[in-house]
Design a binder for this molecule. Sequence first.
Ligand code: 5GP
Length: 215
Amino acid sequence: MTESSLKRRGLMFVLSSPSGAGKTTITRALLDDNADAIISISATTRQRRAGEVHGQDYYFVDMAEFNEMVAKGDMLEHAKVFGNYYGTPRGPVEEALEAGKDIIFDIDWQGTQQLAEIARDDLVTVFVLPPSSEELERRLNNRARDTREKQEDISGRMAKAADEMSHYSEYDYVLINKDVESTIKNAQMILDAERMRRRRQKGLSDMVRGMMNGL
Ligand code: 5GP
């Protein structure tokens, strides 16, 4: 058996950051560059923004649908963020892990804590920081212009950014997103290294025993 034929359990790759730190760009690049990775599409009660697509960016649901998913145990984690509810549907995550696919999550610190409680061994957590508060504000303003977001939403997000950032130390890795290309490269390095963790590689002991018998 060759090393490349070994099966591997998928991992859960969580990216968190204050909004505007560049997490979405990093997530998209990782998906483009890793054919075997998929993204976890969350359900949310938040209003759809211009350009967002149901079933692609989020599953946009109402409060009753959201509560039903939670009550049925269909959410792996869920949390209230900026006054709206967000949650991770369980099914696609479990399927991906079993199939040896990596699954990328764009969720907040509350969701990350919940995943850590139920699946620490499958979890790799990365916090993305902006290089400065000025840069964060600039990026939020640019985005608000593109998505026609309301001014009060932006001030709310700036206020929440401080709260989100205070949780950086709960994460395995921290990336400071000064230059997005380097940040993407660094995120890829983390993913590559974590894939090689011994516990994720199934059949290693059989492979090594086989080699030892052949000596
Ligand atoms: P936005 O509304 O800007 O898309 O996302 C707002 C925040 O909610 C972001 O910090 C994002 O990471 C977080 N979020 C999105 N989906 C989920 C989810 O399924 N669970 C949790 N806990 N947070 C989420």
